[in-house]
Design a binder for this molecule. Structure first.
Ligand code: COI
Length: 353
């Protein structure tokens, strides 16, 4: 792929690596490519990160034809930069786009676009412990038209920002509200895709949780409001009676790259991983009878986020005395060890820039 480069007149000042937070500081450049019905994908370019102009009738502003991905570039102690399973993000975006009736962005072009942008932005990949360069590929319809239909024009873009921990709590346990009224996804819907609409619909639950003094929401299935599906924007796993439980990928749950990696590792470590429907009543019961040993969310942004407490109606269960579990910590250390190059990558998951 030929990528045109448009240089910035002045580079931005880099933020303090000790106070990055999440998603606040955008780098100097972005990758852009356009799709039209006639020409397919055209004009790959890396240009200064700056506002883009859209017609107020742009389809995306009205009907949310938008999908995105989230991935990271890590700086190892030797100074090398590496990605983590970027092809998984590329493939997931193709699946999301199929559901949203958007054109596929080919896997090889996706990985090349990300690699080339990170090469240009190499000085933005932070080196402080726990930091990385968050990479946000996304695609949206750019056609101006108010009829609801598949658009004739799209844009694929990649932007980046250096990040620290996603949650202010970092790797400390969080309090979770079990949401029994609002739902995130139903079979046949868009739950398995990474589309903006899924996240827009989740914000009310998040606000409700925060009002109740919780950090995140535990989403239940959309039909029975009974089975555990996801936590906030992450997949969720439980260690109950020595075995691991997590919701199956059957259309409502996002097929997380971190979820898949953790399942691989757990199976290699000899754990039985049950990808099954776990009823919230059984979860609370396990919390009370002491068999719920650990619970944690998995996602690219926070990697692993331990759960310290579940609040469900009038019931509360504490997990592992509100302390990070042994297995949760071990998984976090091992996976981030691979990502930051401190642990041998026997799976071949990392990709050098
Ligand atoms: C993730 O956990 O990686 C996410 O998808 C969070 C993102 C929406 C900020």
């Amino acid at each position: 792929m030929d990528i045109r480069f448009v240089k910035r007149e002045q580079l931005k000042e880099k933020p303090d690596q000790k106070n990055l937070g999440f998603g606040k500081y955008m780098t100097d450049y972005m990758f852009v490519m356009d799709w039209t019905k006639e020409d397919g994908w055209i004009d790959a370019r890396i240009v200064p990160h700056e506002p883009i102009s859209l017609d107020p009738a742009c389809v995306t502003l009205h009907y949310a034809q938008e999908t995105f991905e989230g991935m990271k570039a890590y700086r190892t102690k030797s100074g090398k930069i590496q990605l983590f399973r970027p092809e998984m993000n590329a493939r997931r975006m193709i699946k999301s786009n199929e559901r949203l009736c958007m054109p596929a962005f080919p896997e090889d072009m996706f990985v090349e676009a990300v690699k080339e942008l990170v090469k240009v932005e190499k000085d933005w990949v932070p080196s402080e412990p726990g930091t990385s360069l968050y990479i946000r590929p996304f695609m949206f319809a750019t056609e101006s038209a108010l009829g609801v239909h598949m658009a004739s024009k799209y844009k694929f873009m990649v932007i980046c920002c250096p990040v620290g921990a996603y949650y202010a709590e970092g790797i400390n346990p969080v309090k979770i509200l079990v949401e029994d009224e609002l739902v995130r996804a139903v079979q046949g819907g868009t739950g398995f895709t990474k589309c903006g609409g899924n996240y827009a619909g989740s914000i009310l639950g998040q606000v409700k949780a925060e009002k109740m003094g919780c950090t995140q929401v535990l989403w239940l299935d959309g039909v029975h409001r009974k089975y555990v599906e996801e936590v906030g924007t992450m997949n969720i796993m439980f260690k109950i009676g020595g075995e691991i439980y997590t919701a199956p990928i059957e259309g409502t749950v996002l097929p997380g790259v971190t979820r898949d990696s953790i399942i691989h590792i757990l199976k290699d470590w000899g754990y039985k991983v049950n990808e099954t429907h776990l009823a919230v009543d059984d979860l609370m019961k396990a919390g009370h009878d002491g068999t719920l040993e650990e619970a944690f969310g998995t996602g690219t942004a926070a990697v692993i986020s331990p759960v310290g407490e579940f609040v469900y109606k009038d019931d509360i269960v504490k997990v592992n005395n509100f302390e990070i579990g042994k297995l949760t910590q071990k998984l976090y250390d091992y996976l981030t060890g691979i990502q930051w190059g401190d642990v041998e990558d026997k799976y071949g998951w990392t990709v050098d820039i």
